[in-house]
Design a binder for this molecule. Structure first.
Ligand code: BTN
Length: 364
């Protein structure tokens, strides 16, 4: 199945013209100069205007950029995207049940490898453990990526959420989002196990990786099908836009930028580029390519955690996270004190992890 480009696509907008005006950051660009970028300047400006971009025209001074459209613009996202695997096609939907569902359907064909599905609004968006994920229309980045990862990135037990199956892809999404959030806010974004991106303990994004059944890579490796990396990133939401019950625990880029909204199309492009770059490194260098980035972004490193394993809970100080080796916990009260006792739990054994746990003797 292929997904046809939905009607709200911005096909045909002159992005070179938009770029030229944006580059002046509010100052006017002369009509003479714009004529070198487009031979239909007025038509092209009309189209940008109609899409919602802030375009100011002055008969003498020329044209000035006054701000982004509040709609996601496929042309803008694709413009100079230059990714290798993710973002080969971009589809923006005005309203979808869940972008993960659309992406999973598209994953029945390998022709859709690298497809990115975005929606302005979801009617049945979901998070982990079947929880709902909702966001006001045109406020967020609701994105799902279709990929067919090679066997060396999803080997192990894909059914275990945090294991080296879906787990590497979750880590990929979380690291990319944490990088984006830091870049757009100047703040230190951290990953709360396994899939939340937070700033100062407040969630700004969540990742939901799902396995799409259907197609197998020609060499038989991988999941036995495609995978979907779904990301919900709170972008232009004010505190009042957040549900009252989540207000203490959630935040958005706009809030973190002291009320200044973001250009969501630029944000989406940045995210797609980072996802692609990390994925590409995984293809080239395997699971380890993500380890240090993932470890350095962990919210839990150095603090007390309780890890639930099939053999029971283990409590200790998290001293290392490694995609290949697993989680290493240290006994905070070794006897004798000179004995540093550590235990490493393979990711495939991690059923859940709870942070901020008061440290008692390591039980294992
Ligand atoms: C979580 O924190 O529990 C994960 C939330 C994932 C939400 C995103 S929004 C885009 C994609 N479509 C969905 O239905 N879910 C993911």
């Amino acid at each position: 199945m292929t997904i046809s480009t939905p009607p709200q696509s911005g096909d045909g907008l002159n992005m070179r013209l938009l770029d030229r005006i944006r580059r002046e950051e509010g100052f006017h660009v002369s009509w003479e100069e714009l004529a070198t970028v487009s031979d239909r300047v007025h038509d092209d400006l009309d189209a940008l205007d109609a899409f919602g971009f802030g375009i100011e025209r002055h008969p003498g001074r020329g044209v000035a950029y006054r701000g982004p459209s509040d709609r996601l613009c496929p042309d803008q996202i694709e413009h100079q995207l230059e990714t290798r695997r993710i973002g080969r096609r971009i589809a923006v939907w005005n309203r979808a049940s869940s972008t993960n569902d659309l992406a999973a359907r598209a994953a029945s064909s390998m022709a859709n490898d690298g497809l990115v599905v975005l929606a302005e609004e979801q009617t049945a968006g979901r998070g982990r453990r079947g929880r709902p994920w909702s966001a006001p229309a045109r406020s967020s980045i609701l994105i799902s990526v279709v990929i067919f990862p090679p066997g060396h990135l999803v080997s192990g037990r894909p059914e275990t959420e945090a294991a080296d199956g879906r787990g590497w892809l979750t880590a990929l999404g979380a690291v990319a989002v944490a990088q984006v959030v830091s870049a757009w806010t100047g703040r230190d974004a951290r990953i709360k196990w396994p899939n939340d991106v937070r700033i100062d303990g407040r969630k700004v994004a969540g990742i939901l990786v799902e396995q799409a059944k259907g197609t197998t890579r020609p060499d038989g490796s991988g999941f036995g099908g495609g995978a979907v990396i779904g990301i919900g990133l709170n972008a232009n939401l004010t505190a009042e836009d957040l549900p009252a019950e989540l207000r203490e625990r959630s935040t958005s880029l706009q809030i973190l930028r002291n009320g200044e909204p973001v250009d969501r199309s630029e944000l989406a492009r940045d995210l797609i580029r980072r996802l692609d770059s990390l994925y590409e490194q995984g293809w080239a260098n395997g699971l380890d390519s993500l380890s240090s980035l993932w470890r350095d972004r962990s919210e839990h490193l150095g603090s007390g955690v309780r890890v639930t394993t099939p053999a029971g809970p283990v409590v200790g100080r998290l001293v290392d996270l490694d995609v290949r080796r697993g989680l290493t916990l240290a006994d905070p009260h070794p006897v004798p004190p000179s004995l540093v006792r550590e235990i490493t739990i393979p990711l495939a054994e991690v059923l859940s992890l709870e942070g901020n746990v008061e440290l008692v003797r390591l039980q294992c």
